[in-house]
Design a protein around this ligand. Structure first.
Ligand SMILES: [Zn+2]
Length: 304
């Protein structure tokens, strides 16, 4: 017979949302005995809490979310969202190579389908790819479980065509929801958000981007930067800002570590190994794809 403590633990919802939701529901039932109108208080409070939690990217209210490193080192991890892009990705890869640092690119599936050679270049140069949904639907977190599943799976398929299985998922805008947990579990993934950003609005607010990041950054941070640009003419200014960020991080005595090293788990795997066509075949990610695993298959212009 299982100990009563374990039975109770299994019965309790695992997420803070589930536990607080139950507490709010029970409170509402009890208060309704006294006065039905009082039941609104815990239920309304719970609804407000859910809305607030959805807008906090580091919140693990609905499901476990990784937003900071656990390496214990004086280090940060770089993440770049919303690519790949023929204008910015080659310039960014050159810059990261000059600084001898690696980053994680949370790419959208539709851009991977459109620019597969850029996605291959990213991996070939020692960086990692993560899943940032297929279409980057701003309201994705509020869609049905079916739509969420389609978005994440479609992006996984686009990456799988390159031989990659992303293990890390970053929701558009960093917004999480209760429905995400089920899909993430089905796909064997985990959610990675961020702890330091410049509120750049997808690089629409480029002015002093480096100053805003460097003012906030501290060890353990996962930095959020974007690699899309609203206008091609902004490219030199954006590259300069990212260059100053990388210099500033070093001057603060911080290392730049790969995301996988910062969080102590791989963020992507080789599709063949994941499928069990080689290796252990247990469906678990057994290896990270290292630099040189994918040779660039084509060259592409720096300008679109
Ligand atoms: Zn995004």
């Amino acid at each position: 017979m299982r100990p009563i403590k374990n039975v109770f633990a299994n019965w309790l919802p695992q997420s803070p949302m589930g536990r607080i939701g139950w507490a709010a529901f029970l409170s509402a039932v009890l208060l309704a005995w006294a006065d039905l109108r009082l039941a609104v208080i815990p239920l309304g409070g719970f609804a407000l809490l859910c809305a607030a939690a959805a807008s906090v990217p580091s919140s693990s209210f609905f499901l476990p979310v990784i937003s900071r490193g656990t390496s214990g080192r004086k280090a940060v991890a770089l993440t770049f969202d919303d690519g790949p892009d023929p204008l910015t990705t080659p310039a960014l890869l050159r810059l990261l190579k000059e600084h001898r640092v690696s980053g994680t690119f949370f790419v959208t599936g539709h851009r991977v389908v459109r620019y597969p050679e850029l996605a291959r270049d990213i991996v070939a140069q020692g960086h990692s790819l993560g899943n940032h949904s297929f279409r980057h639907d701003m309201l994705g977190a509020f869609r049905s479980t079916t739509t969420l599943r389609q978005e994440i799976r479609a992006a996984q398929r686009a990456l799988k065509d390159l031989g990659i299985v992303a293990l890390a998922y970053r929701p558009p805008m960093g917004i999480t929801s209760p429905r995400l947990q089920r899909v993430i579990c089905e796909e064997g993934m985990f959610v990675v958000n961020f702890s330091c950003r410049a509120w750049d609005g997808g690089n629409r607010r480029l002015r002093n981007l480096s100053g805003r990041i460097l003012k906030r950054v501290r060890d353990g941070d996962i930095l959020l930067l974007h690699e899309n640009l609203p206008r091609p003419s902004l490219l030199p200014g954006w590259v300069g800002e990212v260059d100053r960020i990388l210099q500033g991080i070093r001057e603060k005595g911080l290392e730049v570590l790969p995301l996988a090293d910062m969080i102590g788990r791989p963020v992507m795997a080789a599709a063949a190994e994941r499928d069990g066509r080689s290796g252990g075949g247990n469906g678990e990610p057994s290896a990270r794809i290292g630099p040189g695993a994918y040779a660039p298959r084509s060259t592409h212009p720096d300008e679109p």
